[in-house]
Design a binder for this molecule. Structure first.
Ligand SMILES: Nc1ncnc2c1ncn2[C@@H]1O[C@H](COP(=O)(O)OP(=O)(O)OP(=O)(O)O)[C@@H](O)[C@H]1O
Ligand code: SF4
Ligand SMILES: [Mg+2]
Length: 321
């Protein structure tokens, strides 16, 4: 497997917020990671190259195997060879990642190894993100670009070193819908042309289900369901996924939210006994409180952490509810 996360646990201020995550990404595959705010998606993404802020956060256990090598035990020097060059990130706010005092060209150059054909690589990256007009405009600063162009410049920075894995963390939420769509189309084209593997973290379920090959649904620091996007959309095995799918607004009403899941995500310091979704679950029964269900396998590549998944998958709902 190209990337395999095994038993990842992360703590912030001694409270566990990623509570044993397993996730795999194949070569050239796009895996989406979804779930409500605060469930641990960004923390999983940052853990891959150990970018968790050290004064507060700590990876307490697990392995992150990148082409078989455990990134969690590499020395800082060894890790640097992966970060930025083989594994790169695009974050939500382009301006927070672009440095205002350096030109786009300078920043692209910064990412490349000194012996690379710097100009050639920069031109290629700018061309592939649709910023051909910047190839000869070497003095352009980030603030001179529109939001969409800044996001493209960020993607150019992320791909200029020809990485193998791209981690996109809410890459387009700051942009308007048409620009979002263009940027995501561009990313998918790059995936196809460059054979990139992608971890796509997003709130926008519709987009994730459309673009990703597989999806991991997180709740309270764990994957509660995982499988091919189509399966999760049509026959979710976990009540939480079902709730998320039902809350996807129709295309005509993209801005509105329908049927949002009732209740709030629990605080990590006050997680309920047993199934963590219990207080909000419409399908709960007494045994759900006894112990946290394990991630059971239901078909090829389809896993769900719920004692009633079988009923849900078979009938689309549970009898009497
Ligand atoms: N630097 C930090 N210091 C302390 N706690 C943090 C820090 N970063 C994240 N957390 C906590 O860890 C948990 C997981 O956060 P994370 O950012 O991974 O969630 P997320 O799923 O990416 O949320 P969002 O969708 O809002 O981006 C949250 O409860 C959050 O409060
Ligand atoms: S285990 Fe029970 S409470 Fe948890 S999601 Fe399944 S039905 Fe709901
Ligand atoms: Mg996040």
């Amino acid at each position: 497997m190209f990337l395999r996360i095994e038993g990842l646990r992360v703590k912030y201020n001694d409270i566990e917020v990623v509570r044993g995550v397993d996730l795999e990404i194949g070569k050239g595959e796009c895996i989406g990671l979804v779930g409500e705010s605060g469930c641990g998606k960004t923390t999983v993404g940052l853990s891959i190259t150990r970018l968790i802020p050290g004064h507060k956060g700590r990876i307490s256990s697990g392995r992150i195997l990148f082409e078989g090598k455990n990134l969690l035990v590499l020395s800082p020097e060894e890790l640097r060879k992966y970060r930025g060059s083989r594994i790169s990130y695009v974050f939500q706010e382009p301006l927070s990642s672009l440095n205002p005092v350096f030109t786009i060209h300078e920043q692209l150059k910064e990412v490349l190894p000194k012996d690379d054909d710097v100009e050639g690589s920069i031109s290629e990256a700018l061309k592939s993100v649709g910023l051909k007009e910047l190839i000869d405009r070497k003095k352009v600063y980030p603030h001179e670009l529109s939001g969409g162009m800044q996001q493209r410049a960020m993607i150019a920075m992320a791909i200029v070193s020809k990485p193998d894995l791209l981690i996109l963390d809410e890459p387009t939420t700051a942009l308007d819908v048409t620009v979002q769509k263009k940027i995501l189309e561009l990313v998918m084209e790059l995936k196809k042309n460059l054979g990139l593997s992608i971890l796509f973290i997003s709130h926008d379920l519709r987009t994730v289900f459309e673009l990703a090959d597989g999806v991991g649904v997180m709740y309270a620091g764990r994957i509660v369901e995982q499988g091919p996007a189509k399966t999760l959309m049509s026959r979710p095995g976990h009540p939480y996924t079902r709730g998320l799918v039902n809350s996807i607004p129709s295309i005509e009403h993209r801005k509105e939210r329908f049927n949002a899941i009732e209740g709030r995500t629990p605080l990590f310091s006050e997680l309920p006994e047993g199934c963590k979704f219990y207080p909000r679950c419409k399908f709960r029964i007494k045994p759900c409180r006894e112990k946290e269900p394990f991630l059971g396998k239901f078909s090829d590549g389809h896993y769900s952490r719920c004692i009633r998944s079988k009923e849900l998958i078979a009938h689309g709902t549970i009898k009497g509810i």
